[in-house]
Design a protein around this ligand. Structure first.
Ligand SMILES: CC(C)(COP(=O)(O)OP(=O)(O)OC[C@H]1O[C@@H](n2cnc3c(N)ncnc32)[C@H](O)[C@@H]1OP(=O)(O)O)[C@@H](O)C(=O)NCCC(=O)NCCS
Length: 179
């Protein structure tokens, strides 16, 4: 079953973790998402995603069969980040995830781990996805630790040229439903 079908039935509309809630992105979230996506400390690790607000709106507000973004909020309702599942290939049951905790004063409190594990658990329990992978800069110790806590394992690495022209080593990490 696809994420879109599950979204329609309501099962994947809102996902609750221990400290956070994942919910659909709303139009009024877009300025905050753009602020984070242009923050130098975040762009350094996550790259720059959109040139225009229209592109961001199109991506975040219009889930497709291949991707979907969730807003991450604290259980009290404060918007703190975004997490998305993308590059979904239903034929093979694989997908990628990407996450940003945009409120930097909240890093290192287990919120990233909670958001990633909440989304991954829902993907494995409610949809037909069997395997989730992600890409992370080898030097991004915080993100690597966050993913390791959820159970992701490094599977390989590739060296590439980053947007600023610097060389980067990117780790591919994977978690299988069977794990
Ligand atoms: C990466 C990110 C999503 C993680 O979210 P988070 O809420 O900070 O993550 P968590 O608190 O669950 O886990 C962070 C862990 O890294 C540890 N850590 C922090 N800095 C570290 C470093 N330099 N090296 C190793 N571990 C580090 C923390 O102590 C914590 O581990 P612990 O729970 O065992 O103490 C968030 O920090 C973020 O959005 N960063 C900027 C964008 C980014 O890097 N996105 C990921 C792109 S792949």
């Amino acid at each position: 079953m696809s994420l879109r079908e599950e979204s329609r039935t309501g099962k994947l509309r809102v996902l609750e973790g221990e400290k956070i809630r994942l919910r659909p992105v709303e139009d009024e979230d877009i300025p905050k998402l753009m602020e984070w996506e242009n923050d130098a400390d975040i762009v350094r690790w996550a790259g720059k995603k959109f040139e225009t607000v229209e592109d961001a709106r199109e991506w975040h507000l219009r889930p497709t069969l291949q991707h979907r973004t969730f807003a991450i909020e604290l259980l009290g309702g404060r918007l703190i980040g975004e997490i998305e599942v993308l590059n979904i290939t239903w034929k093979t049951g694989t997908a990628e995830i990407r996450v940003i905790i945009g409120e930097k004063d909240l890093w290192d409190r287990g919120l990233g781990e909670d958001a990633v594990s909440t989304l991954v658990n829902a993907c494995f329990s409610v949809t037909a996805l069997q395997e989730i992978f992600l890409r992370v800069d080898q030097d991004n110790g915080r993100a690597r630790r966050c993913y390791e806590k959820v159970g992701f394992k490094p599977e390989g690495r590739v060296t590439c040229t980053w947007e600023d022209g610097s060389p980067r080593t990117i780790l591919l990490m994977r978690l299988r439903k069977a794990d």
